[in-house]
Design a protein around this ligand. Structure first.
Ligand SMILES: CC(C)(COP(=O)(O)OP(=O)(O)OC[C@H]1O[C@@H](n2cnc3c(N)ncnc32)[C@H](O)[C@@H]1OP(=O)(O)O)[C@@H](O)C(=O)NCCC(=O)NCCS
Length: 145
């Protein structure tokens, strides 16, 4: 299921963030996103059926800034145990469907092959290279749709 995130989901987002990035955002920075009116967070969740209860596990999140008519993909991450199953692509495609009139942009590390593949699968195009965007020697592609 894909749904908007609520503040109760913060711990799950922090968990995925820590497992996904060398320099993860702090819990405080992620919490602050819930208070920014232009920031929206969506989750990919999966139902898990126990003997007594059905619980919901968060597998991925995407943070976007909507400054219409422009939008920025700020962060996207999938729990490492669930990668390679089309989850990031599904989340991104749903977002693009929800906001069809937005001009989306993002920056991605040129060596992040999996992320580049996801964005290209979802029709993003590389526009230019930004030198040292992630620090000395780590360039990014600006991609838009
Ligand atoms: C990037 C990321 C979000 C992708 O999530 P995902 O759910 O595994 O993505 P999908 O399964 O939808 O698609 C991944 C695609 O990349 C491909 N891929 C994965 N690793 C790859 C690699 N090392 N080299 C080439 N292709 C790769 C997969 O085969 C798949 O393409 P396909 O559908 O054509 O086979 C996930 O790897 C992640 O969370 N990474 C850490 C955080 C991050 O880098 N976020 C992006 C910031 S811009």
């Amino acid at each position: 299921m894909i749904r908007r995130a609520f503040i109760d989901d913060l711990d799950d987002i922090v968990r995925i963030e820590k497992r996904s990035f060398v320099k993860p955002w702090s819990a405080e920075s992620l919490e602050a996103e819930f208070n920014r009116p232009f920031s929206k967070i969506f989750l990919f969740t999966q139902e898990e059926r126990g003997e007594l209860y059905i619980t919901s596990k968060t597998l991925a999140y995407i943070i976007v800034w909507l400054l219409c008519p422009e939008g920025e993909i700020v962060s996207l991450a999938v729990d490492p145990l669930y990668r390679g199953r089309g989850i990031a692509s599904a989340l991104l495609r749903r977002l693009l469907t929800l906001f069809p009139n937005v001009y989306w942009a993002l920056e991605v590390d040129i060596s992040n092959t999996a992320a580049l593949r996801v964005y290209e699968k979802c029709s993003f195009k590389k526009r230019r290279k930004i030198k040292n965007y992630y620090g000395q020697g780590r360039d990014a592609f600006l991609m838009t749709i």
